[in-house]
Write a protein that binds this ligand. Structure first.
Ligand code: NDP
Length: 258
């Protein structure tokens, strides 16, 4: 099992969207290693089942639930399944996201709508459903609600060619701040992480192309980040230690945006 450093999340129930690959896969393992019971959510059920088996084999607890974040009924059903297995979800990690290919002038409106449906509506549905259930479970008294939204450095930093994606990431960053204010007295903390570039399925083979290598060489440290570079920030924001942190946005990008 992946190493869990200093934060003990035992007793927590965490739902991670986009758990079937990349950062969500890593975050699911890390949360489980820190003691949380983890609900693995995404559309590719086969991947989730494999991850679940690996987490359990390593001594953790997890279930896999099929969930399309852009679909309200699917989101509600996933929370129902989570609750049936582990009880109310108190740690919500809205990580699922997608990118679009090509320049804005080539982007079909359907692709724009699909990206918005996953990256913006998907985050909204995920956190809204989670917050409703937390409030019904008396989060006001328990003060234990934790929501982490995966935004991106593109929310605040200009990345040529990523207009739609960047706009969606800025939208969820601001959504997180407003919801943090809305839910401040409900015992629910909402924070966003803005990671720099990491090699995952999202970027495909871009970083092996001439343009991608040029982009890497333009970063101050001339390298991509590793998924593990985000571990401690995630654990902190999901733990009791971040009691007084809400409405914050954490840029963790190895200086890529400098
Ligand atoms: P991946 O492509 O590896 O992961 C994306 C995940 O999102 C998959 O698990 C996918 O699962 C899930 N997903 C996509 N659409 C849906 C949907 N409709 N319903 C449910 N799940 C969905 O990329 P990353 O790990 O890189 O991306 C994870 C998050 O991190 C994204 O929000 C991305 O924007 C963000 N990010 C990534 C960075 C990077 O450089 N890689 C940098 C900054 C932020 P499935 O297809 O099985 O449904």
């Amino acid at each position: 099992m992946a190493k869990a450093p200093i934060f003990d999340l035992s007793g927590r129930v965490a739902l991670v969207t986009g758990a079937s690959s990349g950062i969500g896969d890593r975050w699911s393992r890390i949360l489980a290693a820190a003691g949380a019971r983890v609900v693995l959510a995404a559309r590719r059920a086969d991947r989730l089942e494999k991850l679940k088996a690996e987490i359990i084999a390593a001594g953790g607890q997890a279930i896999a639930v099929a969930m399309d974040v852009s679909d309200e009924a699917s989101t509600i059903a996933a929370y129902d399944a989570a609750e049936q297995a582990f009880g109310v979800v108190d740690t919500i990690v809205a990580n699922a996201g997608m990118n679009s290919e090509g320049l804005a002038t080539d982007l079909a409106v359907d692709e724009f709508d699909q990206l918005s449906a996953v990256n913006i509506r998907g985050v909204f549905l995920t956190v809204r459903e989670g917050a409703r259930r937390l409030m019904a479970d008396n989060s006001k008294e328990k003060q234990h609600g934790r929501i982490v939204v995966n935004s991106s450095i593109t929310a605040n930093h200009v990345s040529p060619g990523l207009a739609a994606y960047s706009a969606s990431k800025a939208a969820v960053q601001q959504m997180g701040k407003v919801l943090a204010r809305d839910w401040a007295r409900q015992g629910i903390n909402v924070n966003t992480i803005c990671p720099g570039y990491i090699r995952t399925e999202l970027s495909g083979d871009w970083f092996d192309t001439e343009g991608g290598l040029k982009q890497i060489n333009g970063f101050p440290r001339r390298r991509l980040m590793e998924e593990s570079d985000l571990d401690v920030a995630l654990l902190y924001l999901c733990s009791e230690a971040s009691r007084a942190v809400t409405g914050s946005s954490f840029t963790i990008d190895d200086g890529q945006s400098l």
